[in-house]
Design a binder for this molecule. Structure first.
Ligand code: ZN
Ligand code: ZN
Length: 141
């Protein structure tokens, strides 16, 4: 793994995210319907981090969608670059935790997933990562 901060950018470059403690050792791949539809892919690969562990340059360039149809029932504010609509994650100022999408970072820097969520909703041809913990929905509390 690399040392030092890891820098990720949206497609147009107006939003820049810095992981202050460097790239995490693993990520989470979520296959839920809302991650698929909001990203346009087969899921979202992301890092769940304390807000103190990342900074967002270009906060004014973000727009957001408040997702009310969540497994937890709590609204989730999904953030996007308002110019290129890259999915940034969940970055609400003042919240203790955030979610940063792995796709913002160079592919070769991405660690393998440690967890895959909502595997029951995953595309049938997708191969779950062997080294990850798999959950059909959210992990049990
Ligand atoms: Zn952008
Ligand atoms: Zn999801």
């Amino acid at each position: 793994m690399t040392t030092g901060p890891a820098i990720g950018r949206c497609c147009c470059g107006k939003v820049e995210v810095t992981l202050l403690e460097g790239m995490p050792k693993s990520g989470t791949h979520c296959h839920c319907k809302n991650c698929r539809t909001t990203s346009g892919g087969v899921g979202i690969y992301f890092f769940v981090l304390p807000s103190s562990a990342f900074s967002v340059k270009g906060q004014d360039e973000l727009c957001s969608y408040t997702d009310l149809d969540t497994a937890s029932g709590k609204p989730m504010q999904r953030s996007y670059c308002r110019t290129c609509f890259s999915t940034i994650g969940v970055v609400v100022p003042g919240r203790p935790m955030g979610i940063i999408c792995g796709g913002l970072f160079p592919a070769e820097s991405l660690p393998p997933p440690g967890v895959e969520l909502f595997t029951a909703e995953c595309a049938p041809w997708y191969r779950l990562h062997e080294g990850a913990a798999h959950f059909e929905g959210m992990p049990p509390k």
